[in-house]
Ligand binder design. Structure first.
Ligand code: NDP
Length: 268
């Protein structure tokens, strides 16, 4: 990974931040993209003070011009792009019957359209570098999760998009990978949108029992080196991806029962 130029969206927190750190520690030049500019600047300074090469670019992935600017700034500073990690993402927690439709629109804008916009501008450079395009996903991209209709829809859409790009670029050396993380300690559940679009503000699960974002980042880098097509990080995720093709009804009931156990679950 030495001297690779790596863009990570959603680099101000959780999996994205850990990914940027792991790449930087291996000698990559990292571009940190997210909306919180002050935090990104602090992170850029922190990276530089450790001797890493880093560039912070304030980016709202739902804004096309921001995504174009992210790629332009990267090329201006580093001259190429080897890896784009489409990681920026948000979640939700509400039944579809109750939810404000704008919540689903927002989920699609960040998780799906954000991936599309950043990829659109980065793709010519990624192809030139015979690089890697990554989409950070979830088991929700393999099987619907109750209370997360917009989240599942956005990750399913991302899977279809990434798969198509893989096939379109089969002959030019571009590596396209979907990485499916399991429950990982981060801010995602606190920031998840509820039925009226407000943030949930707390996590209904025990974060300390989850995978750490650093583990996800290390596995991602290993999977990139091995040019994996799809990397599902947990055994539970691997089982769900397999069983949903063979016994989908059982997976439906398992997903229902598991998520109904959460405190304040919108269904029982
Ligand atoms: P966090 O909430 O900790 O991080 C989300 C990141 O996305 C933040 O850096 C946030 O930065 C950024 N972000 C949110 N909205 C935007 C936007 N409009 N434009 C640019 N950046 C944005 O969550 P995670 O680290 O958990 O999530 C990262 C990815 O991992 C997501 O795609 C998620 O779906 C996936 N994932 C997470 C799992 C988990 O259990 N944590 C499980 C499976 C998948 P800022 O607010 O500064 O913009």
């Amino acid at each position: 990974m030495k001297n690779k130029v790596v863009i990570v969206t959603g680099a101000s927190s959780g999996i994205g931040l850990a990914t940027a750190r792991e790449f930087a520690a291996r000698g990559s030049k990292v571009v940190l993209a997210a909306r919180r500019e002050d935090l990104l600047k602090e992170l850029e300074n922190d990276f530089m003070s450790r001797g890493y090469e880093a560039l912070a670019v304030k980016t709202d992935v739902t804004v096309i011009e921001d995504c174009e600017n992210l790629i332009d700034k990267t090329i201006e500073k580093f001259g190429k792009i080897d890896i784009l990690v489409n990681n920026a993402g948000i979640s939700m927690r509400a039944l579809f019957i109750d939810v404000d439709i704008q919540v689903l629109r927002r989920l699609m804008e960040v998780n799906f359209w954000g991936t599309v916009y950043c990829t659109k501008f980065a793709l010519p450079y990624l192809i030139k570098a015979k690089g890697t395009l990554v989409g950070v996903s979830s088991v929700a991209g393999f099987h619907g999760l109750p209370g997360r209709s917009g989240y599942s829809a956005s990750k399913f859409a991302m899977h279809g998009f990434m798969e198509t790009l893989r096939i379109e670029n089969l002959k030019n050396g571009l590596h396209v990978m979907v990485l499916s993380a399991g429950f990982t300690k981060s801010e995602i559940r606190k920031k998840a949108l509820t039925e009226d679009g407000s943030e949930q503000g707390y996590t209904p699960r025990i974060e300390e029992k989850m995978m750490m974002p650093e583990q996800v980042a290390k596995s991602m880098i290993r999977a990139i080196k091995k040019k994996k097509r799809v990397k599902i990080l947990t055994l539970e995720g691997q089982l769900i991806a397999l069983l949903q093709r063979i016994v989908p009804g059982i997976v439906d009931r398992g997903a229902y029962n598991e998520l109904a156990k959460e405190p304040d679950s919108p269904f029982k």
